[in-house]
Write a protein that binds this ligand. Structure first.
Ligand SMILES: C[S@@+](CC[C@H](N)C(=O)[O-])C[C@H]1O[C@@H](n2cnc3c(N)ncnc32)[C@H](O)[C@@H]1O
Length: 324
C-alpha cells in the first residue's frame, strides 16, 4: 500500500494542491490518490499495478512525459533509480517536488544527498520514513546514472531491474538444461533477456515470446535480444488468458517476491500459467530457490515432473504433460 505519510503535508495545510498538472511516480496502488486533481498522471511500469490503476480510471504511463506543477516521487528499492526519478521529476516540474519513502528504501540518505544541493522546504517523519519537499530545480546527472547502459556482462540494463548488474546465478543454472528445446516457446518473467538470448542460440527454436511485467526491463530485452524469432509482451504472467496456439516449451526463472518478503504464490501462479500454455507434449523448465515450495503445485498442474538438479541454493524442475 502507498504509505499514508505522503498525505500529511496536504492534510496539515503545508502545501497547496494545484488544480491540475500533477505527476505521481511509482504509486503501488490507489490508496490516497483521490486527493490529487483529475487528470493526474501516474507513472508505473509494473504491469499488475499499472493495470489495476488504469482499471480504476487513472491515467497511468510506464514513463511519464510532460510539464507538471507538482510531482510526488515514491522511492523504489533502488537508490540509483530513485535519484534518477527525482531528477526527472524536478526537470519536468516547475513547482514543488515531494519525495516519500521508508527508511528501508533509503529515504534518510536521499534526503541527506538533496540537502547538500537544494533548500529542502519541509520534512515530516512518520512511520519509519519521511516525506520531504523542495522547489524543482536542475539536479546532478542522476538521470544519466539511472539510464540504460551496458552492464559488465555486456547487456543493456538499468538500475531497478532484476539483477541489473550481473547474470542471475539461478538463470545461469538453467543453461545446461536448455539443450533439445525446439519449436515455439515462452520465457515467463524474461527480465532484460539473458535467458531468452540463450534459448534463441538453439537452432531448433522457431519462436520465443518474452513475457515480462517490468516495462523498462522489457525495453532493455528488446535491445539485448535482436532476433526475428523473438516477440516482446508487457504482461502479467499471473493473469494471462489461455493462448489459442499452445506452446512447445516454457522456460522460467520466476520472481519470488514483489516486496521484501518471499512470496511463493507468485511462482505458483507462474507454474499454473505455464501449464495452461503448453501443448500436451510441451515441456516446462524452471529454476527456483531451494527453499521455495513449488513441488505440490507442479504435482497439481502436471502429470509428470522431476527435479533435474538441486544444491544448497537452487533446484531445477522439468515438467511435462500438463493437466488440463
Ligand atoms: C527472477 S527474474 C528472472 C529474469 C530473467 N529471466 C533472467 O534470467 O534474468 C523474474 C522476472 O519476473 C518479472 N516479474 C515479476 N512479476 C511478474 C509478473 N506478474 N508477470 C510477469 N513478469 C513478472 C520480474 O520483473 C523479473 O524480471
Amino acid at each position: 500500500m502507498n504509505d499514508p505519510r505522503f498525505l500529511l503535508p496536504f492534510e496539515q495545510g503545508l502545501i497547496d494542491m494545484p488544480s491540475s498538472n500533477v505527476l505521481v511516480m511509482r504509486p503501488v496502488d490507489g490508496f490516497g490518490l483521490h486527493i490529487f486533481p483529475d487528470q493526474t498522471v501516474l507513472e508505473q511500469g509494473f504491469k499488475p499495478i499499472q493495470k489495476t490503476l488504469s482499471q480504476a480510471g487513472y491515467t497511468v504511463e510506464p514513463r511519464a512525459e510532460g510539464k507538471f506543477s507538482l510531482s510526488l516521487v515514491h522511492l523504489t528499492r533502488s537508490k540509483v533509480e530513485s535519484l534518477g526519478n527525482i531528477a526527472r521529476a524536478a526537470r519536468m516540474s516547475d513547482g514543488l517536488v515531494l519525495v516519500n519513502g521508508a527508511k528501508t528504501d533509503g529515504i534518510e540518505s536521499v534526503l541527506k544527498q538533496l540537502k547538500k544541493i537544494v533548500t529542502v522546504d519541509g520534512v515530516i517523519s512518520k512511520s519509519h520514513g519521511k516525506v520531504f519537499w523542495f522547489k524543482a530545480c536542475a539536479l546532478p546527472n542522476w538521470e544519466g546514472a539511472a539510464a540504460m547502459h551496458k552492464n559488465p556482462a555486456g547487456f543493456i540494463t538499468a538500475a531497478g531491474m532484476f539483477s541489473s548488474e550481473k547474470i542471475d546465478p539461478g538463470s545461469a543454472r538453467l543453461l545446461p538444461h536448455l539443450q533439445g528445446l525446439k519449436g515455439k516457446g515462452a520465457d515467463l518473467g524474461a527480465g532484460w533477456g539473458w535467458l531468452s538470448k540463450q534459448v534463441l542460440d538453439l537452432p531448433d527454436v522457431t519462436a520465443l515470446e518474452l513475457i515480462e511485467a517490468d516495462f523498462d526491463a522489457l525495453e532493455a530485452a528488446r535491445q539485448n535480444v535482436i532476433d526475428p524469432r523473438a516477440s516482446f509482451h508487457w504482461l502479467d504472467v499471473t493473469n494471462l488468458p489461455k493462448p489459442r496456439d499452445l506452446f512447445d516449451f516454457v522456460v522460467s526463472n520466476p520472481p519470488f517476491h514483489q516486496t521484501r518478503k518471499a512470496d511463493p504464490d507468485i511462482g505458483k501462479a507462474f507454474i499454473k500459467t505455464a501449464a495452461s500454455m503448453l501443448k500436451p507434449s510441451g515441456r516446462l523448465l524452471m529454476v527456483a530457490n531451494r527453499h521455495l515450495p513449488y513441488e505440490a503445485t507442479l504435482e497439481q498442474y502436471f502429470k509428470r515432473w522431476t527435479t533435474l538438479e538441486q544444491d544448497g541454493q537452487f533446484k531445477i524442475f522439468e515438467a511435462t504433460r500438463s493437466r488440463k
